[in-house]
Design a protein around this ligand. Structure first.
Ligand code: CO
Length: 145
C-alpha cells in the first residue's frame, strides 16, 4: 500500500475480479445483436431490475462480464445518464468477497458512497455503489456473488 498517514484506514479488502464493465445503451436488443455479431459475445444472463428501472444483458468475457444496461422508465438514473452524457461506459463493477466489509473499508478510506448499506443486485448478487465524484469521475460498484 502506498500513501501517507491519511491512508492509514485504506484498503482492508481484496478485489478478486473485474465483475463487469457496464455500458449504458438506448436500445438493448440492438446493442446485444451488435455485440453478438461483431464480437461473438454470448448473453449469459438477462434481467429487468424494477427497483433500479433498468434492464441488463450480461455478456460473458472469461470470468467477467460486459453489462449492457438500458433504462425501463423515464426517472431511472440510467435514463438521466443517457440524457446527460449519451451512450457509453456507465460504471465499473469490482468483485469482492464481502460487500459490506468492502463498503465500510472504502468509507473509512474517505470514499463517498451512494449506498449506505449493501443491497440486492442482479443475478442474486449483493452490491453497493460509490459516488463518481469521490472516484475520479467513475461510478464504482462493489459486487459480491
Ligand atoms: Co453494475
Amino acid at each position: 500500500m502506498s500513501g501517507g498517514a491519511k491512508d492509514a484506514a485504506a484498503h482492508a479488502f481484496e478485489l478478486t475480479e473485474i465483475d463487469h464493465v457496464a455500458i449504458a445503451v438506448r436500445d438493448l436488443d440492438a446493442a446485444v445483436a451488435w455485440y453478438e455479431r461483431t464480437l461473438g459475445a454470448t448473453v449469459a444472463h438477462r434481467e429487468r431490475i424494477e427497483s433500479d428501472g433498468v434492464e441488463e444483458a450480461l455478456l460473458e468475457v472469461a470470468d467477467s462480464y460486459v453489462q449492457l444496461l438500458t433504462p425501463t422508465r423515464e426517472d431511472s438514473p440510467v435514463a438521466k445518464y443517457l440524457d446527460r452524457k449519451g451512450e457509453g461506459i456507465h460504471h465499473v463493477g469490482y468483485r469482492v468477497t464481502d460487500c459490506a466489509a468492502a463498503l465500510a473499508s472504502m468509507k473509512a478510506a474517505g470514499a463517498t458512497t451512494i449506498d449506505e448499506a449493501p443491497r440486492p443486485g442482479s443475478r442474486g448478487t449483493t452490491v453497493a455503489f460509490v459516488h463518481p465524484k469521490s472516484a475520479f469521475g467513475t461510478l464504482i460498484e462493489l459486487v459480491q456473488e
